[in-house]
Design a binder for this molecule. Structure first.
Ligand SMILES: [Fe+2]
Ligand SMILES: [Fe+2]
Length: 327
């Protein structure tokens, strides 16, 4: 049974954490750290002795749990883990995968082309594979104060979501968060930790994703479709500098995997020792190719279509765009 008083609860906590430390030594430590709660070291020591059932024989019998606090060292309870595996829903014939749009730093021609091709292929599912919004001003890096503020970026991102929804009319609309979407949580954790975790202070709430019928997949969670792993790429520490991002993904996962994040289209045909195909892909981006922070690069524009109607279960068509046209 837990103590009714705050001093008793604090003393219990110290007894649990330091079961073998003598009461006087622990009282000094506790008094030093919890000064507002205790009048003196002796007061702290009395609280500890009370919890430990060391205030005489009668008291020892009254405090049933005291002996346990002193003698038993128990394994601390495990902290909950947020990691989850999500499945792309069945019943969708073709998914259009768009990655690294970085609204409002998107490439309008490339984005239009990807959406146009998605319509042409009659895609009835839409997956945003991370970094859909940029959140420039939430970045940890040095920023140009003249650039867009967070509320403006957010409004433009929501407008882009509504445009995609109205244009493609997908039966299923999923947004997997990448490292840029995670900037909001990181910003709150760094700048206003007391506010972190408050309901409503999240990207899904700001964008009203539920009302918009958009399912979001949190950062660092696994998305899959019948043994195809679908990741943004930062979850497996995929860097921009890999010779082939698809090969890097193959080395990290060993399974069929499609990633964004690297901003480059690549493909790695792999077969394992059992003759099973373990092909991996990285998608091109749909953002501007020469951003201020990395104007020289080998990025390519692209998108992918996942067809779930093939005899093998699914096939992925990873396409490149050059000058606003699919190659
Ligand atoms: Fe990106
Ligand atoms: Fe990324």
């Amino acid at each position: 049974m837990a103590s009714a008083t705050t001093t008793g609860q604090v003393a219990e906590e110290y007894c649990r954490r330091y079961p073998r430390t003598p009461s006087l030594q622990l009282a000094r430590m506790m008094y030093g750290k919890e000064k507002p709660l205790f009048r003196s070291i002796e007061h702290a020591r009395t609280s500890l002795r009370y919890v430990r059932g060391a205030k005489g024989k009668l008291h020892h019998q009254q405090i049933k749990h005291a002996a346990r606090l002193v003698r038993r060292i128990v394994c601390p309870p495990a902290r909950p883990c947020d990691y989850k595996v999500y499945d792309l829903p069945d019943g969708i014939k073709r998914w259009l995968f768009l990655s690294d749009v970085h609204i409002p730093y998107h490439d309008q021609a490339a984005l239009n082309e990807a959406v146009r091709q998605g319509q042409k292929a009659r895609c009835d599912g839409l997956l945003l594979l991370g970094d859909f919004m940029d959140f420039y001003n939430l970045s940890k890096f040095c920023k140009d104060p003249r650039e867009r503020r967070f509320p403006d970026e957010l409004a433009e991102g929501v407008q882009a979501l509504d445009w995609l929804r109205a244009t493609l009319k997908p039966k299923a609309f999923i947004w997997k968060y990448g490292n840029h979407e995670a900037r909001l949580d990181t910003y709150v954790m760094d700048r206003a930790p007391e506010l972190f975790g408050i309901e409503g202070l999240t990207l899904d709430a700001f964008c009203k994703l539920k009302e918009r019928g958009i399912q979001w997949i949190p950062e660092h969670c696994h998305l899959q479709y019948h043994r195809l792993s679908i990741l943004h790429g930062h979850e497996i520490r995929l860097g921009y500098n890999a010779v082939s991002p698809a090969r890097a993904a193959s080395l990290k996962t060993g399974e069929c995997t499609v990633v964004g994040h690297a901003h480059r289209k690549s493909e790695q045909p792999e077969t394992n020792i059992l003759g099973e195909s373990k092909r991996c892909w990285s998608l091109g981006c749909l953002c501007q190719l020469h951003p201020k922070w990395l104007p020289e690069n080998k990025w390519t524009h692209g998108y992918a279509i996942l067809d779930t109607t093939t005899p093998s279960g699914w096939s992925l068509d990873n396409r490149a765009i050059h000058n606003g046209v699919t190659l």
